[in-house]
Design a protein around this ligand. Structure first.
Ligand SMILES: *[C@@H]1O[C@H](CO)[C@@H](O)[C@H](O)[C@H]1NC(C)=O
Ligand SMILES: *[C@@H]1O[C@H](CO)[C@@H](O)[C@H](O)[C@H]1NC(C)=O
Length: 529
């Protein structure tokens, strides 16, 4: 019954992405799509948005990459164990394989006084959290970000558990979303969030505030912040060699016209936290992922209209607003974001944006567009995320759950998990690490979040197929039980739902609502349940 748990998860997950506008700035993409951006006032601008090409997303691909990650670890461990002379045949006088791994995996001790040097490329929530944990854990940490002065007039959604888990001061949160309205193709509205307790909410933060806070904290804990553009990386040819990174150091300079000074940096470990168009991913030939395109207009609406969105986010479904996703109106600091996304018809994104404008028209009338954005959103992790002592986190790795586009939490979490693994394996920065250690982080991340990707993928296929199915989807979300598990999964990033009664009720309701809307999905539904 895992499937239903996330039925509304897709709904509750609000679209935000860490793949910021800078994701478009990197040249040399395998495929370019042109997104025409239009303002309300008729001003038209054209922007070429580059996004990685790749195979079409599917549950199979995700399953495969999870399986590959899981399978590769033991194989490499076996190989390493053999090289180290440890027998792989367990016998009662010998250590278990687990023990053997602990021994084999520890890299050579670094010379006295020399710490493990780690460079984190990219200073978003993922990179900054990673650098913070690395610095605290005793590693010599460098955080390279090309836009330290970056100021996006933008908000982001973070689940409540992130506040505690990342020890965020509550004054970082601009808005607390407690209500979510789902709107079906026939404009049937279902209120979600009824089951929320008073102290439960989805936090809205401004990215420049959050990112800056996380970076400053990393610096306070000992990470070296570099205002620079990473350009190139020379791989080590042996275990003893270092990575040599080339970057353009901007020093204190801000703005687009600044000229940097070319510098190099030698490190033992490289973490790519550089977003959807990751240069690090290219350097290690991590492969591409399928992506969705998300389009969003930030709109300042009249105050009385803004009042309605004070604590509310809206999600619209229907063929008119997206063939395979949903469209949204989302409250920001002092304005709303109106947008939509799609994988299957990226060229039609303008049409769908027009669709959401029309559907939401009564509530956003008189709005003035203050900013237009388009982001590629990864659909599933990259085929390979680790090579030697280099690995990827966040959007660079492809950690954004399908349907949701919600990446801030997963980025920060992957950064933290990656850093913990490095700190533990290097014994607080005193030993060299190996590829095995980085694979261990991948394995843990996948086993923790992999099922979510697969489930959401299946759900998208099931629910985003026809307007009839969408009607039943919205209908389904009326259930308190669904609301509960949905918000729990979102707020706490745990899958609850061990309630047999709720499960049975849900199944009944699902089937009857599907029959009611006369879709042909009932057998499929039964199979999934
Ligand atoms: C690493 O540091 C932590 C806390 O500072 C300490 O508890 C732990 O024992 C250290 N580990 C090693 C292997 O030195
Ligand atoms: C459902 O569809 C079938 C055939 O596709 C049709 O005969 C039937 O009348 C429909 N039922 C309802 C309630 O629309």
């Amino acid at each position: 019954m895992a499937v239903k748990t996330s039925a509304c998860l897709a709904a509750a997950l609000l679209t935000q992405t860490t793949a910021a506008a800078d994701a478009f700035a990197v040249a040399g993409q395998p495929q370019k799509i042109s997104v025409v951006q239009r303002g309300l006032r008729g001003a038209a601008a054209s922007q070429e948005s580059a996004a990685p090409a790749g195979s079409w997303a599917s549950a199979t691909a995700v399953a495969a990459s999870v399986a590959v990650a899981a399978a590769v670890v033991p194989r490499r461990q076996r190989k390493a164990a053999k090289l180290a002379g440890a027998s792989m045949v367990p016998n009662k006088n010998q250590r278990t394989i687990r023990d053997a791994k602990t021994i084999v995996c520890a890299g050579p001790r670094l010379p006295e006084g020399r710490k493990l040097r780690v460079a984190v490329i990219g200073g978003g929530p993922g990179g900054a959290s990673c650098a913070d944990a690395l610095a605290k854990g005793g590693c010599e940490t460098y955080l390279i970000e090309r836009k330290l002065d970056n100021c996006k007039p933008c908000g982001g959604a973070i689940p409540m558990c992130m506040v505690g888990e990342f020890d965020l001061p509550t004054d970082l949160i601009d808005r607390k979303v407690r209500k979510m309205t789902m709107i079906s193709p026939t404009n049937n509205e279902v209120q979600i969030g009824r089951t929320l307790k008073d102290d439960e909410y989805i936090g809205m933060v401004r990215r420049e505030v959050l990112d800056n806070f996380l970076r400053e904290r990393a610096a306070e804990n000992g990470a070296t912040l570099i205002n620079g553009l990473f350009t190139q990386m020379r791989m080590p040819k042996s275990e003893k060699e270092s990575y040599v990174l080339t970057y353009n150091d901007f020093g204190d300079a801000e703005g687009d016209a600044r000229k940097g000074v070319k510098k190099t940096l030698e490190v033992d470990v490289v973490i790519g936290a550089d977003g959807a168009n990751s240069r690090v991913a290219k350097e290690i030939e991590a492969g591409d992922y399928e992506y969705a395109i998300a389009f969003q207009e930030r709109m300042r609406i009249p105050e009385d209209k803004m009042e309605y969105y004070k604590e509310r986010a809206e999600m619209y479904v229907g063929e008119d607003v997206s063939p395979d996703f949903y469209a949204w109106v989302f409250p920001k600091y002092d304005h709303v974001a109106v947008g939509t996304g799609t994988v299957v018809d990226k060229k039609g994104i303008q049409k769908y944006q027009q669709g959401i404008r029309e559907r939401a028209a009564p509530r956003i009338e008189g709005g003035e567009i203050i900013r237009v954005e388009a982001h590629p959103i990864p659909e599933h992790p990259r085929p390979w995320r680790t090579k030697d002592r280099c690995t990827l986190i966040g959007d660079a790795a492809g950690y954004v759950t399908k349907c949701s586009g919600e990446g801030i939490y997963f980025a920060a979490k992957s950064g933290l998990m990656c850093a913990s693994e490095i700190v533990a394996a290097s014994e607080n920065g005193t030993r060299q690490i190996t590829q095995n250690d980085l694979m261990e982080y991948i394995r843990k991340f996948d086993s923790k979040y992999g099922p979510t990707y697969i489930v959401l993928d299946a759900l998208q296929k099931l629910f985003y197929t026809s307007d009839a199915a969408r009607e039943s989807f919205v209908d389904l979300c009326e259930l308190d039980y669904v609301q509960q598990v949905t918000f729990d999964s979102y707020l706490y990033k745990t899958v609850q739902g061990n309630s047999p009664i709720g499960d049975v009720m849900l199944l009944g309701k699902t089937v009857s609502s599907l029959v009611k809307y006369n879709t042909s999905k009932v057998p499929e539904m039964r199979q999934l349940a």
